[in-house]
Design a protein around this ligand. Structure first.
Ligand SMILES: NC(=O)c1ccc[n+]([C@@H]2O[C@H](COP(=O)([O-])OP(=O)(O)OC[C@H]3O[C@@H](n4cnc5c(N)ncnc54)[C@H](OP(=O)(O)O)[C@@H]3O)[C@@H](O)[C@H]2O)c1
Length: 294
């Protein structure tokens, strides 16, 4: 099986590229960046991808997206092209060639008002341009072929590109004050785990459709940050604090886009389909800080 990977230098894409290089079921892994396929130009992105030889039994992974939530709010037309229109074109190209598209989605398609983790059957009601354009992309992909998969992830962290946990620990190396939002919750997702679990979708016998995928357990940004600081300290990283003061989501005046307050994902459909039970986010964060580099 040949695998073409869009977004291969992103946080998740880089982990997939590193871990999937040696998978026995992949005969050739083709990592693609915006230099080869620029999603902001739908027609040329489709033509650029079409120039690669792939067909029945091959897989295209789309881990590329416009992920700057406030940037999408400022330029929704660009966000729409990258997150919706081009994925739709790519999905139809893959369908015409008999290839599966694994398209990475987001918890931000939900409004975050539910008091339990979201299942794939819950109605998506985005509250931002990022969420709306990603949802449009999900629907375009699903409409193109029953073989295609939309895998929605949340709060992605990992070694290939800094995220919230890296920022809070790095700041605590020089600043004894830490603060994070306490009334916004979701589920962290470790890229090393996602890369392993996403292998399941290379098995074309796994039915297409929407799947939610992240580590188990739910936390606030404050819980997540505090646990990251504790793990960092346990692993000898000289942080000046392990206490995180609570901030309110409504006080985050620098945010341009509205964020969903509670967007944890329920992964039981993935577990039913694969038998894999995602480990708890705390176990993943602990492992991450065991080999963390400032
Ligand atoms: N990060 C999160 O917490 C989070 C949460 C939920 C869902 N997700 C979803 O997970 C997926 C992967 O996200 P990530 O965390 O790996 O984000 P990321 O690090 O921002 O990676 C996104 C990738 O998309 C590429 N990209 C952006 N615009 C492009 C364009 N016009 N043409 C081609 N490539 C372009 C970026 O390329 P450059 O490096 O060249 O900019 C980058 O490699 C996305 O679908 C995202 O919506 C992420």
């Amino acid at each position: 099986m040949k695998v073409l990977l869009l977004g291969s230098n992103g946080r998740l894409g880089a982990a997939l590229s590193r871990r999937w290089k040696s998978l026995p079921q992949i005969s050739e892994l083709i990592p693609l960046t915006r230099n080869e396929v620029d999603l902001s130009d739908p027609l040329s992105a489709e033509a650029a991808l079409a120039a690669y030889a792939f067909g029945t039994g091959d897989v295209v992974v789309n881990s590329a997206a416009s992920t700057d939530v406030d940037g999408c709010e400022r330029d929704p037309e660009l966000a729409r092209r990258i997150n919706a229109e081009t994925p739709g074109r790519i999905a139809r190209l893959c369908a015409a060639r008999g290839a599966r598209l694994i398209h990475v989605g987001t918890d931000y398609v939900f409004d975050g008002l539910l008091d339990r983790p979201y299942t794939e059957e819950d109605e998506a009601k985005p509250v931002s341009q990022y969420g709306a354009t990603k949802l449009e992309g999900d629907l375009e992909v699903l409409a193109a072929s029953p073989l295609h998969c939309v895998v929605r992830v949340s709060w992605v962290f990992g070694p290939d590109k800094p995220s919230f946990v890296d920022a809070i620990v790095r700041r605590a190396l020089t600043n004894p004050e830490a603060a994070a939002v306490h009334d916004k919750t979701s589920s962290p997702a470790y890229t090393e785990d996602l890369a392993l679990w996403l292998e399941s979708f290379l098995d074309l016998a796994l039915p297409g459709g929407v799947y939610h995928l992240c580590n188990s357990g739910t936390c606030s940004w404050r819980d997540y940050g505090e646990y990251a600081l504790e793990c960092a300290k346990q692993h000898g990283i000289p942080v000046l604090t392990t206490t995180v003061a609570p901030l309110k989501l409504s006080d985050m005046n620098a945010f341009v886009a509205v964020r969903p307050p509670h967007s944890a994902l329920d992964t039981s459909k993935f577990t039913r389909a694969t038998g894999i039970v995602p480990r708890h986010w705390k176990e993943a964060v602990r492992e991450y800080f065991a080999s963390w580099q400032a």
